[in-house]
Write a protein that binds this ligand. Sequence first.
Ligand code: C2E
Ligand code: CA
Ligand code: CA
Length: 635
Amino acid sequence: MDASYLNQNDYTPVGDIMTMALCFVAGLVLMLNSVNRNDRNYRLMLSMVISVLFAAFTGLFFHVMLGAETLNTPAIYALRILNRTFLSFVQVQYVIYLREPLWMKADGYKRFIAAISVIAFAPIIIDIIGIVNHFGFYIYGNSIYSGFTIYPFGYAAFELVIFYLIIRYRSRMIKQIFRCLITVNVLSLLLTAIQGTHHQTSFTSFAYFIPVIGLMFMFHANPYDQDTGSANDISFTHELKTCIEKNRPLIMICCSINDFYNKMQESPELKAEFFRFFRQNIKHGVLYRFTDGKFVLTLRKQKKGNFDRAVGRMLNDFYSSHEIFGIDYKLIVAETVPEITSPADYIRLFEFMEDEVGINETHRVTESDVKLFLNSSYILSELRDISSRRDIDDERVLVYCQPVFNIVTGTYDTAEALMRLKLPETGLVFPDKFIPIAEKNGLIHQLTLTILNKTCREIHDLLAEGYHLNRISVNFSTLDLRQELFCEEVQDIIIRNDIPYEKVAVEITESRGEVEFNCLKSKVTELQELGIKFYLDDFGTGYSNFERIMELPFDIIKFDRSLLIESVKNDSSRYMVSTFASMFNDLNYSVLFEGVEDERDEEHCRCMFAKYLQGYKYSKPIPIGNLRDFLQKTA
Ligand code: C2E
Ligand code: CA
Ligand code: CA
């Protein structure tokens, strides 16, 4: 028979022992490193490591048994087949793993895996046939024969498939990942080739392990931050996604501490306290750090009773640490709910709640918070849509208005336009619910243009119908005045509606910054030169800088309702408000009092140099069409 006696010298256990040790290390690091143990890729990776471990183990014993005095033939055959089966498992799982990074599509993928499995497992069948028919590896009597062996060919065929996949889909990977995959597979091939030329089999399992190590470093590398032991926000998204998919409740404690990271670097005591807190409280949870410096701790919810107590204990410990260091914080405790189904929305929920929660407060997110949040998300999505459509006739934007009473003429000859939204799912939405969202997300500008357009159209109609109307004011946000083409856009809308410029007034509030002010000034001057009037809105609420107010020739100063409330309360306030009003009067500004609710308010305003009055006493905001009920016809 053409079979050579197997030379025992071609195997040393070093390779397999080393591979087993490496598998232990890799498995350990992988487990400690991975935040989300339910992740598909994590399980695949762990399963590959375990397969290599078993392959090395069975390979080692196979060779140990080959060296025994009396050969245990069934055990040797079993170990050989097992060894090869584990190695084939590694290969198939490797390709399955590549599906995500290479975005291999779902259709036809199962057939593809079946084909790969044939390439991986066919050599084992051939080897078994060889054993039975004595043409490959076999034992006869007490002698070992090794003739033709299919495995190197199987291995080469498999590597060819891998190279084909990596090269075919290289545009779907970043360069670094592509290079890594190519390098590790080339190294694996090289090792196998060197082994082959030296008639060695010691490093077979190691050669299979090399590509796995490459994937592990690329996709399962350390997500923990060295200084805080926290994982990154991407891992947070992964964990949350799995919990949502598997319907597993998760508690999230979100902590915002201003500049905590830097503070911790500067204070070793704070760092020590942080780690003490961490060690004592975070046994089963994971801490994540977000780029904006906020931390989120996630805890898988187990038994409810114990759980609430554990959270309570942790919070108490946190408060006592806070007493020592006194750094301002905001804590938000939330649980996954069926209504919110994307990790990004939970991050937005935290941001939303942060605006609602005060400094050094802890807030547990309630059902009604979630409702409010969902409502605001809905508003945001509608605002995005309005903004992207750029339709200045958008039907969702409604113009309400409040007629303004002119004390001098005793008539209503001006009004303020006030915006409302009418959204398909929620109906009428008031400005306090959507203006802050629009401003925060840079979506206010389209709303301003729309309300301006609709107001101008109404002014046009009212004038055409013969009503006496001095002007209607529209509220502009400071963000509008930052728009480069703002003046042209405003001009264009007014011209398009064919009305005189002076029939439009713009209400703006004071701005703080120097740059902001200069920008404001140039825009205001440009529009004023056309004839557009300007009102200073909410005087008395912010920071009033007279020098600046004087620099902008406003037509009307609108005294905020808070000034009226104060002046009604006591004499000294009234004296102060009245002095301001008198001063503005002397400087040729008209004074308008906002929020006049009753007879008594009106009396006060009349004594305080008011020219215009606006408030519920005269009318609540009404749809702009109803303004006709307040205006007089010109004779
Ligand atoms: P604002 O410009 O100070 O508008 C006056 C607000 O006071 C209006 O609330 C009005 O309904 C309310 N108000 C009127 N009379 C009285 C009264 O007698 N008593 C009390 N307590 N309140 C009274 P609204 O319409 O809810 O608007 C709230 C804020 O939203 C406005 O305050 C303004 O800052 C903003 N806003 C409204 N429409 C627009 C708009 O088209 N563009 C911009 N950028 N902001 C707008
Ligand atoms: Ca206003
Ligand atoms: Ca106001």
